[in-house]
Design a protein around this ligand. Structure first.
Ligand code: 13P
Length: 256
């Protein structure tokens, strides 16, 4: 465990971090419009937040081309746990690096639910990303049924456990995103207090050397609720779905 070498550096919550997750949306044409809008807005913005977009794999070359030389970084929405070989349809971290990706989302609830990703696999993916030099954005979150059954902490702890087991060095190189499943794409946001409570719980689980990693909130973050969420002590930014597809909304969230 301790002899694993990571090419990505440790991450800290010195600046608000706002990452757009485009999910399976976009086209060459609409991406261009969206990216141009974001770049133009950032040029006149306050630069208070670090901004990034996570695009579908086929568009990473386009995103890299348009965003090169700007302050906005980019990444993928998934990454293989394997380095290379007979894994049809998978994309490795070293491939993402060739397109200058800084980030890879791992364990999004849509992948856990629809693609059967286990907690162990998600931690393996995080490790593969960090080894290659890409910062994993590690998603956790409970379903509505789990929340109503009072299992929020149990569920989050179980999702974090395989990551924590891989050692403090990996955790210190990981962004963690709390995305309650019931708040994703539903228009129902966790209240700032509900989100803060879980974020504080997550931070308490982290090893001493990784206490300052950014903890993002995701789930129906919009321009009108971002400021109150990001004002909470342990909320260091957001992972944005729908609102990241509209340049002015994404920019408004980043300046919240
Ligand atoms: P929405 O912002 O559309 O609710 O999506 C959140 C999300 O899943 C980001 O990864």
């Amino acid at each position: 465990m301790t002899d694993v070498q990571y090419k990505s550096g440790p991450v800290t919550r010195s600046k608000t971090l706002v990452i757009g997750n485009w999910k399976m949306n976009g086209s060459l044409e609409s991406n261009r419009t969206l990216l141009d809008g974001i770049v133009a807005g950032v040029a006149g913005g306050d630069g208070k937040a670090t901004m990034a977009v996570c695009a579908p794999f086929p568009y990473l070359a386009q995103v890299a081309d348009v965003l090169a030389g700007t302050s906005i970084s980019w990444g993928a929405q998934d990454v293989s746990a394997h380095d290379k070989g007979a894994y049809t349809g998978e994309v490795s971290a070293s491939m993402l690096l060739e397109f200058n990706c800084s980030w890879a989302i791992v364990g999004h609830s849509e992948r856990r639910a629809m693609h059967g990703e286990t907690v162990e696999l998600v931690a393996d993916k995080a490790q593969a990303a960090a080894k290659a030099g890409i910062t994993p954005v590690f998603c956790v979150g409970e379903s509505l049924a789990e929340r109503e059954a009072g299992q929020v902490q149990t569920v989050i702890a179980a999702q974090l456990a395989p990551l924590l087991a891989k050692g403090d060095e990996l955790v210190a190189r990981t962004v963690i995103a709390y995305e309650p499943v019931w708040a994703i794409g539903t228009g129902k946001t966790a209240s700032p207090e509900q989100a803060q409570e879980v974020h504080a719980f997550i931070r308490a689980q982290l090893p001493t050397t990784a206490k300052e990693v950014p903890l993002l909130y995701g789930g129906s973050v919009k321009p009108d609720n971002a400021a109150t969420l990001f004002a909470m002590d342990d909320i260091d930014g957001g992972l944005i779905g729908g609102a990241a597809l509209v340049a002015k909304d994404f920019l408004a969230i980043a300046t919240a």
